[in-house]
Design a protein around this ligand. Structure first.
Ligand code: GDP
Length: 463
């Protein structure tokens, strides 16, 4: 299906670049471009073959606005499934804006956010989860997030969902067939086999839902809370890891009052660093809130970096450990002795033994003089414990997909339970259909304008 209205937008980032690309899509967009384009040769753009590139001039008020290259794609073999034109012009903002205005004056409409990808979805070029992965791919900033988005775009997840939906459909048909013959009290489907099918589907859905923990950590960054007494050097370390001045560094105890979050890339993984107010008994109201937040952040993090000043008395460090250790549940705790530049080798040896059993992962660094930070980064990667993600791995990264999978899981569990309880076919069939509905929400087989608006509205214009 080709939309009648032609859309146009600048598809490269705002601002000046070497070149910029203006994209058009919709029936007639090739002919529309002819109004503003003078090719070098005699052949009109509309007469050119699909998937070809043409040199020529954009003409405004009878003068040449720019020399450009135009790529022509024809429906249905294009990104959107419609006729598409891509104008590669010089990257001046003036040129970009003028070409866009010219196209609009000739009848193109300015594309809505994500409208190109939305059209690709509506024209069946990709399903909804693949369309969403386009946004993820564009936003990917590390090897791991790139891999996840690429896997999803290539359709592994979609195929798995189609497989599950087909199985559910067969399942529902069997049961519904029985309903047609309900007067005769027949059982076409072997109940034990049905139970096995239900559990098998449940297992697959659960595996997908469970992969979200990994997918979310990789996509949004593995949360790392930086905690420790005030003045231990948390802000200095944070700035060093971030390679910028973000947190306020000062000698005054309790300066880091607000929780600061930022992400860094280490060896292809994204970490979300959370700096927190120091742990210190305090009467200062604002700081007390900060301390409470420290414990909240411990809860939210996967990895805790406990920074301590290596010069602090052992007794005091043990006291702090008594506060910190009970708050640690499944998180990885790394004890970081900072300011190692201030102590002798012998004192370092003594510290090495401190709390060794309680906290086996430890490291000596100097945040100020940038010693030991490479080892700390390696320790973080090890603690993150992210498995290598292969091309075939299906890992859920999207909250919307996760929520739908959880709903599907609840429905399929009810089917299993219903079979155990010998419930009648109409109840079973209703739950199977519900499970299918939720899986269909992910791929877009079931979608509403509201869902689509929510998804594509988050894209930028031109995507
Ligand atoms: P925070 O309160 O834990 O965030 O501590 P800051 O990062 O603000 O650091 C407190 C003070 O310790 C500052 O004066 C830093 O310059 C200093 N400092 C931080 N790291 C080191 C280090 O490795 N060696 C030395 N000698 N001083 C440090």
């Amino acid at each position: 299906m080709q939309e009648n209205n032609i859309i146009a937008a600048i598809s490269t980032p705002a601002g000046v670049g070497g070149i910029a690309i203006i994209r058009l899509s919709g029936k007639g967009c090739i002919e529309l471009t002819e109004f503003v384009f003078k090719p070098l040769g005699n052949k009109k753009l509309g007469e050119q073959k699909a998937n070809t590139i043409h040199f020529g001039y954009i003409i405004k008020d009878s003068t040449v606005l720019d020399e450009v290259l135009i790529s022509v794609f024809k429906a249905p073999h294009s990104f959107t499934g419609e006729d598409v034109v891509e104008i590669s012009c010089h990257g001046s903002v003036y040129i970009q804006q003028n070409i866009l205005q010219l196209l609009i004056s000739k009848g193109a409409a300015l594309a809505q956010p994500g409208e190109f990808t939305q059209r690709a979805f509506l024209n069946g070029k990709m399903d909804l989860s693949q369309a969403e992965s386009v946004a993820d791919l564009i936003a990917s900033s590390s090897a791991a997030t790139h891999r996840l988005a690429m896997n999803q775009m290539r359709g592994g997840f979609s195929n798995k969902l189609i497989e599950l939906r087909t199985e559910l459909l067969n399942f529902a048909s069997l049961i519904e067939l029985e309903l047609d013959f309900s007067e005769e009290d027949v059982e076409f489907a072997n109940r034990e086999r049905l139970k096995e099918t239900a559990y098998d589907i449940e297992l697959h859905i659960r595996k997908l839902a469970e992969s979200f923990e990994l997918g979310n950590a990789v996509k949004n960054g593995i949360p790392v809370a930086i905690i420790g007494e005030t003045n231990a050097g948390k802000s200095t370390l944070l700035n060093l890891l971030l390679h910028e001045e973000k947190a306020i560094v000062s000698d005054i105890h309790g300066t880091t009052r607000d929780v600061i979050e930022d992400t860094i890339n280490i060896q292809g993984l994204t970490f979300r660093l959370i700096d927190t107010a120091g742990i210190r008994d305090t009467t200062d109201e604002i700081e007390s809130i900060g301390i409470e937040r420290t414990f909240k952040k411990i809860e939210q993090a996967n990895i805790i970096l406990w920074i301590t000043d290596v010069g602090t008395a052992d007794e005091h460090i043990r006291d702090l450990a008594e506060k910190i250790l009970p708050a640690i549940k499944n998180q990885k705790l790394i004890l970081v002795f900072n300011k190692v530049d201030m102590i002798s080798a012998e004192r370092k040896d003594n510290k090495e033994r401190l709390l060794k059993e309680e906290i086996p992962d430890r490291i000596f660094i100097s945040a100020k003089y940038e010693q030991g930070t490479n080892d700390l980064e390696s320790l973080l990667v090890k603690a993150a414990n992210i498995p290598e993600i292969g091309e075939q791995d299906i890992i859920v990264t999207n909250m919307r997909h996760y929520a739908a999978l959880e709903n599907a899981l609840t429905a399929i569990k009810r089917v299993g339970e219903g079979l155990e309880l010998h419930l009648s076919g109409d109840f079973l069939s209703q739950d199977i259909r519900e499970c299918m509905h939720y899986l269909g929400e992910i791929t877009g087989q079931i979608s509403t304008d509201e869902i689509l608006g929510n998804i594509f509205g988050k894209f930028c214009i031109g995507k």
